[in-house]
Write a new protein. Structure first.
Length: 178
């Protein structure tokens, strides 16, 4: 029993050393919207790296297939759209994306995004963003083409507007991040 207690105490004492040397980024959720019907979550996150705040739009996990039929089998890889290094830049980038909801169906823009496991990195790739309309709901369709198949995620206008309002509210609460 004494050995187990000493081993446990030693692990607790050294755990702080391992935590400090970890290179994993800290992801701070600013706004999270979870769709109860699909179980998908979208969010705006802040990832401070080297003393600089970096804001990203997380558009959820992407399905695999084509632009119409998607199978969601990969909960690890996520698409993050860089928004900027402060809330002012992030809001401006979100407002720019919001204009795509007013465009005709099928309108496409290319933006940069980071499609990596768990966290975004400095490496970005081209993401095609389409205006997509299904019945009465406007959505943005984020598409990455890989090896003959497409990875797709959708962001409804209502969820996008909630994310944007939440980001603006966060800026009012924390004016130092503007």
């Amino acid at each position: 029993m004494k050995r187990i207690t000493i081993l446990f105490a030693a692990l607790l004492c050294t755990a702080g050393l391992f935590a400090q040397s970890s290179k994993l980024p800290v992801v701070k959720d600013i706004v999270v919207i979870e769709n109860e019907n699909t179980g998908q979550a979208v969010s705006v996150v802040n990832i401070p790296l080297d003393g600089v705040n970096r804001y990203f739009l997380h558009v959820g996990n992407m399905g695999i297939g084509d632009k119409i039929v998607q199978v969601e089998v990969d909960p690890v890889y996520r698409l993050y759209i860089p928004l900027g290094n402060n809330i002012t830049d992030a809001v401006a980038k979100m407002e720019e994306l919001k204009t795509l909801y007013k465009e005709p169906k099928g309108t496409m823009r290319e933006i940069q995004g980071s499609f990596k496991p768990f966290f975004p990195t400095e490496e970005t790739e081209t993401v095609q963003v389409y205006k997509f309309k299904l019945l009465f709901e406007n959505k943005l369709q984020f598409v990455i083409e890989r090896d003959g198949y497409e990875r797709v995620a959708y962001l409804p206008k209502s969820e996008f507007n909630s994310l944007l309002r939440g980001l603006k509210f966060h800026g009012k609460l924390y004016p130092s991040e503007l």
